[in-house]
Design a protein around this ligand. Structure first.
Ligand code: ADP
Length: 164
């Protein structure tokens, strides 16, 4: 049986922290679906379509071949079922993540009748304070986002700023 996983998130935008999780999870599974959730955030930096494209480009750049990038709205355990995935991958930074992630785990595990489990990969120390929301804050103050995101994303942020 193939080991298939899903890695869901908002990825607005994808950061070095997310990329580290993808890099480390990819060898653990036959296939991973990175799923950009269509949430209803008031001030997104990138549209869902733009995020999917950026994640695809970042994954291609690293030549990771067992990853598919898609978007989805709804319960992630339902998406996982349609992909025959039995595992959700999530990243853990601090105890704040743990509390939120534990609650998400109980929903996904319970609502899937204990068929979809979650594994957690701890953030590398250098990424522990990197988050999409802090990147957005840096953007709002016209700061340099290059230390926190892949260069493709940094370029896309610059291009967006120049358009405004
Ligand atoms: P959310 O799903 O809450 O919108 P994100 O899209 O930011 O969160 O992240 C998706 C997943 O990646 C979550 O499990 C989150 O904890 C994890 N993650 C986010 N940033 C990092 C990071 N810097 N290092 C490791 N994991 C991270």
């Amino acid at each position: 049986m193939k080991r298939i996983a899903v890695y869901p998130g908002s990825f607005d935008p994808i950061t070095n922290g997310h990329m580290d999780i993808i890099k480390r999870a990819a060898p653990m599974f036959d296939h991973i679906y990175v799923v950009v959730s269509k949430n209803f955030e008031k001030n997104p930096l990138f549209s869902v379509e733009e995020r999917v494209e950026l994640v695809k480009k970042c994954v291609e750049e690293l030549k990771i071949t067992n990853v598919t990038v898609e978007s989805f709205s709804g319960f992630i355990y339902e998406y996982a079922k349609t992909k025959k995935a039995s595992t959700i991958v999530r990243g853990l930074r601090t105890t704040n993540d743990f509390v939120k992630e534990y609650s998400l785990f109980t929903y996904n595990y319970g609502l899937s009748n204990k068929k979809i489990d979650t594994i957690f990969l701890c953030a590398e120390l250098e990424n522990i304070f990197t988050s999409s929301s802090t990147v957005k804050e840096v953007v709002s103050f016209n700061g340099d986002t290059s230390p926190y995101v892949p260069s493709i994303v940094d370029q896309a942020i610059r291009a967006k700023k120049n358009k405004k």
